[in-house]
Design a binder for this molecule. Sequence first.
Ligand SMILES: [Zn+2]
Length: 583
Amino acid sequence: MRKLLVALVVSTALSGVAQAANVFPLSRATILAGSPFDFKAEFSTVVKPEDVKITVNGQDYKTVFGKDVQFVAEEKNKDKVLGSAVILRGLTIATAGDYKVEVSAGSETKTVTWNVYGTGAAPKAKNVIFFLGDGLSVAHRTAARIMSKGMTEGKANARLNLDDVPPAAFIGTSATNAVATDSANTMSAYMTGHKTAVNAIGVYADRTPDSMDDPKVETIAEALRRQTKKQIGIVVTAEVEDATPAAVVSHTRNRNDKAEIVSMLLDVKPDVLLGGGSAYFLPQATAGSKRKDDKDFIKLFQDAGYAVATDKNELAAKAMANGKLLGVFHPGNMDVTLDREFLKKGTVDKYPNQPGLVAMTKVALDRLSKSSDGFFLMVEGSSIDKMSHPLDWDRAVVETIEFDQAIGLAREFQKANPDTLIVVTGDHTHGVSIIGTVDDEKPGTDMREKVGTYADAGFPNYKDENGDGFPDKIDVSRRLFLNANNGPDHWETFRPKMDGPFVPAIQNEKKEYVANEQYKDVPGAVFVQGNIPKSGDSGVHAVDDVVLQAIGPGAEGFRGYMEQSDVYKVLADAFALGTKQTN
Ligand SMILES: [Zn+2]
């Protein structure tokens, strides 16, 4: 015991002297062979260039990397000197294997090990359709099944399309800087094979304040352009420059760099790009623009050969137009299905002709499948998450049903094109569960007493008489009761929000989020004490694993527990991205 204590004291003392440098890519990074990435080492003190030593597998780094690093004498954060750094941009390693990289300068030292992996020589799949249910949790799918298909004597009356895609893996979603995650970090890991920090896309998060200078890693879109002639499609109901679609193509430490992300979308030029977010395409002088410059990205996309659609009629008219296709159907996030198709709430009065996810997915599949080289299509059910944050479970579940219908289209496509891999997953979960039902017919006026649990829950009475897969009515008398395990102070009304998405909390004069009094007088409403910091206006992401499902050639690569970054390896292998397929 005494020996151990002495050893601890010695090692603590030593680590006080030898400060560790930061090296990117981080240790245990997995890197696709031949895929460009930026190498950076950050020292916590100012060092001399001649003192910097870098070896790779014991050799001088230049023999392995083939290039010299650039020395940065002082990195600064405002006026504070952070230390020196070395950077090498656009590095590639062609040979698969483990690479031990040792960096030192003065008393600072850091050793990282990377695994560079190759892929099979021949593609397993011609096409990959990647479905990302943003925030998709188990409760969403269970509720979607019950609400859409019904249940009799405890058995589902029918199955979702999701239910026939075999579960393949549990995915850990934590970020490099936190156990919790956001859409940027997870989707970036799926689309690059590198885990990163919350809010970061296509980069490792370095220490400098500039969000555009962080060490980059290659995105799947860039890898496809580099190695194949495959077409690329992105279909979302969020802004097309939102974190999930952005992660297919772009590089920034800050997902809120939306004006820059639009420019990065134009750099990569997806063949099909459909969603919301037109405010970041318009020059600042145009009403509703969110740009701070005079660039007109609608015009720039048109000049680059895009047909542009701004509502569902134009989408239908231009569905098979020549060239590439851009559809931006809303200045921000598109309205959700419940508002768009049924209640006509949200901003549907202003933008009455927004297409849904199914219509957009159909156009994308029709166009992309014309290519003999195959395609990668990313389809996001964006608002499963965007409605889960404000605890609007009815809207989140209806979004899940729409997402499932888009998966149904892809499954039909796959029947005719069996060389297609379909992946369905989420990027993180929400802390939500179904605990039973709320039954208006129960006696009394106390809504809490109308909550049915265990045997008392019975079954909800949604109906789908027109067979469109959506409940004919959301405000039925006996409905599912979903509940979050976290959130701001709010009023639980036990009812669907028929006047537009739920706004659980609003800011007071102290900038704290407090329960929105608008719901206080809903008969039977109950005050729910929040349990997250008062700076938060909504429920937060959960750290629980997400379920990944996959079917088609290459699906066998998904199994057991995987990090988000491991998902990319399977995609890269399905497309043989380690092998050049163009001449
Ligand atoms: Zn979210």
